[in-house]
Design a protein around this ligand. Structure first.
Ligand code: ATP
Length: 316
C-alpha cells in the first residue's frame, strides 16, 4: 500500500512587488508503506515547503496529497492524524514545558493517556539520553537535546508516517549515528514509513534505500540509491605503483584523475569504463615493468551522484 502520494504539487510564495517564488513547481512522488526515502536538494530547493504541505501546515496552490489513501488537501485533519513531522529548528516542542511534559502533551494530542504511554516515554527518554533532563524545561536544553526531544515527541504520537526535516542537524556524531540506527529500526521493526530530508549525505546513504532529489521545486531524480550508483558508477580506481610510469600511453586509453609521486611510489587515480579497461591497464603496467603494490576500487558516494545530478541540471 502507498503510505504517501504527492501528485503535481505547486506552491508559490508572493514576494515583493508582486513577484512570486515557485517554491514547489509540479512535484510528484510516492512512498510505499515501510519505506525510508531520502529527500535531497540544495538550499532553497523546496524540501521544507513540500514537507509542510504534506503535514498540513501550509496549503498548496494546487496538487493532490494522499496519506494512507486519505486526501490530505481536502481532509487535512483526518490525514495528519497518521502523520508526525519534525521540522527544522525544533519548532514543534513547547519551550516552557519540561521534557516529560512535552512528551505527555504530544501523546495526549493523539488521544494517548499518560498511563498508556508511560513505559514508551521512559524508553524514549533512555534512548535519547534525556532521562536526567526529564524535569528540565525544553528551553534550557542544549540544541542537540531539543532536537532529540522534538523527535521523541513525534514518535510518542505513534503515527505510521514520519516526516523528518533535517533530523540530525545539531547532533554530535555519536548521537547522529544512534539516531540513524533508530530510524532504520522504526521502519524495519515497526513498519513505519519515513520521508527524511538531510544535507548530510552520510545520513541519507546510511538510512535510505531510495532518494528523491529536487532542485528549484522540481524532481530531478527518484530512484533506489543502488540504481543511481550504478548509473553514475565511473569505476574509480586507486593504483599504488613502485616507480614512475609513463603517463602518455595510460592517458591515451584511460581517464587519469590524479597522479602523485612520493617516496619513489606513484599513486594513480583513474576512471575506467569497464572491467576490460581494468585488465588492459594491468597488462600495460606489467608490460612496462611497473610493480603494482596496491589497487583499490573507490566506491561512488551519494554526494558525487547528487552533485552530478544537480550540476547537470544547472549546466543544461
Ligand atoms: P533548505 O535546504 O535551505 O532548508 P528547502 O529545500 O527546504 O531549503 P524551502 O524552505 O522549501 O527550501 O524554500 C523553497 C523556496 O521558497 C526558497 O526560494 C525560499 O526562499 C522560498 N520560501 C520558503 N518559505 C517562504 C516563505 N514563508 N515566504 C516566502 N518565500 C519562502
Amino acid at each position: 500500500m502507498k503510505a504517501l502520494e504527492v501528485k503535481d504539487l505547486y506552491k508559490n510564495y508572493s514576494r515583493w512587488r508582486g513577484k512570486t517564488t515557485k517554491a514547489v513547481d509540479g512535484v510528484s512522488f510516492s512512498v510505499e508503506e515501510g519505506e525510508i526515502v531520502g529527500f535531497l536538494g540544495p538550499n532553497g530547493a523546496g524540501k521544507t515547503t513540500t514537507i509542510k504541505c504534506i503535514c498540513g501546515l501550509i496549503e498548496p496552490n494546487s496538487g493532490d496529497i494522499n496519506i494512507f489513501g486519505i486526501d490530505a488537501v481536502s481532509d487535512t485533519r483526518k490525514a495528519v492524524e497518521n502523520t508526525s513531522a519534525v521540522l527544522e529548528g525544533n519548532r514543534n516542542i513547547y519551550w516552557r514545558l519540561t521534557t516529560r511534559e512535552n512528551l505527555e502533551f504530544f501523546a495526549g494530542l493523539h488521544g494517548r493517556s499518560k498511563k498508556e504511554t508511560k513505559s514508551e516515554m521512559d524508553k524514549l527518554l533512555e534512548r535519547f539520553d534525556l532521562k536526567e533532563k526529564e524535569d528540565t524545561s525544553a528551553r534550557k536544553l542544549s540544541r542537540g537535546m531539543q532536537q532529540k526531544l522534538a523527535l521523541a515527541c513525534a514518535l510518542i504520537r505513534g503515527t505510521d508516517l514520519l516526516l523528518l526535516d533535517e533530523p540530525t542537524l545539531g547532533l554530535d556524531v555519536k548521537t547522529s549515528k544512534e539516531l540513524r540506527r533508530f530510524v532504520m529500526q522504526l521502519a524495519v521493526d515497526k513498519g513505519k514509513t519515513i520521508l527524511l530530508s538531510s544535507h548530510d549525505m552520510n545520513v541519507v546513504e546510511d538510512v535510505c534505500e531510495r532518494v528523491i532529489i529536487i532542485n528549484d521545486g522540481k524532481v530531478l531524480a527518484d530512484d533506489k540509491v543502488r540504481n543511481l550508483k550504478s548509473l553514475f558508477d565511473v569505476h574509480l580506481y586507486d593504483f599504488i605503483l613502485r616507480g614512475k610510469p609513463s603517463l602518455d600511453e595510460i592517458e591515451e586509453y584511460h581517464e587519469v584523475i590524479d597522479v602523485r609521486y612520493e617516496n619513489n611510489k606513484t599513486r594513480l587515480k583513474v576512471s575506467l569504463k569497464d572491467s576490460g579497461s581494468f585488465y588492459r591497464l594491468i597488462d600495460h603496467l606489467r608490460d612496462s615493468g611497473m610493480e603494482l603494490e596496491k589497487v583499490e576500487n573507490l566506491d561512488t558516494h551519494l554526494e558525487e551522484i547528487f552533485m552530478n545530478i544537480v550540476e547537470e541540471e544547472l549546466g543544461g
